[in-house]
Design a protein around this ligand. Structure first.
Ligand code: HEC
Length: 232
């Protein structure tokens, strides 16, 4: 009897544990990439394309958010999430918020019931309404505009992550671009060569740091980047 009691206690503890242990956190962003991006463009802002299979997720998020009819305004996001969870697994012409022309153009979304669980769609929908917001779009567009406004050489320095190792006026891991420009005044070709082939032990204080070769830059990029460094 005593043994049986212990067994039941143990069983209770373990099953109890299982029930209360937090479910593995689902990653809505990753799930969106894996389960939806084959048809929906997931960039923000999206690239427009003539042969897209479905409206971009940004457009879907914006208009589902606007079109759902929540009982009260503060339930808008929850209502939008519920709509997505239902629609993805049970789509229909009647439920769709797509206008008739778009629906004809894309065709009705095939049910994804066999491909994605309810909990997974919920995680996706939560991510959709958290990330694809007009405010975030504006922020991204402002960042893109600021990046576009930079000098072409600086864009390349950012693109190839040079600024992780060099600063313009301060030595960090590698020498500052200002010091490089002083040493190589009028020797643009030397700078290009160092970028393309990498260097080591050219600078005191940087003896242990090796500058890796950046073979992926083409000749024009090397020229633009070297000229930008020389102006520093
Ligand atoms: C096989 C292609 C395909 C896949 C995969 C797909 N969709 Fe769609 N989806 C569509 C098409 C086409 C439409 C537009 C027609 C419509 O509204 O049914 C659409 C529309 C939608 C709508 C909008 C309904 C409305 O009323 O405007 C939502 C929400 C949606 N998809 C979410 C998702 C999510 C989330 C995933 C990933 C789990 C996903 N879709 C995967 C093709 C797809």
């Amino acid at each position: 009897m005593f043994k049986l009691l212990i067994l039941f206690t143990l069983l209770f503890i373990f099953t109890g544990c299982n029930e209360t242990s937090p479910k593995e956190q689902l990653d809505g962003k990753l799930l969106l990439e894996n389960k939806c991006a084959s048809c929906h463009n997931i960039d923000m802002p999206p690239e427009l394309s003539d042969d897209e299979l479905a409206p971009p997720i940004m457009s879907v998020s914006f208009h589902v958010y606007d079109f759902v009819k929540p009982v009260t305004q503060d339930q808008r996001e929850a209502t939008a999430i519920d709509f997505v969870v239902d629609y993805v697994r049970n789509p229909s012409v009647e439920k769709s918020f797509c206008d008739k022309a778009s629906l004809k153009h894309y065709g009705l979304m095939p049910s994804q019931k066999s491909k994605v669980s309810k909990a997974e769609v919920k995680a996706i929908a939560q991510y959709m309404f958290e990330f694809y917001t007009p405010n975030n779009l504006l922020k991204i567009q402002q960042e893109q505009a600021a990046f576009e406004a930079l000098a072409p050489g600086e864009k390349l320095a950012i693109k190839y992550k040079c600024l992780g190792y060099h600063r313009v006026n301060k030595k960090v891991i590698g020498p500052s671009f200002h010091d490089i420009s002083l040493r190589y005044t009028d020797k643009k070709a030397e700078i290009s060569k160092s970028i393309k082939n990498g260097t080591k032990k050219k600078w005191e204080n940087s003896h242990r740091a090796i500058m890796p070769a950046f073979k992926q830059l083409n000749d024009n990029e090397l020229k633009v980047l070297s000229e930008w460094i020389l102006q520093k």
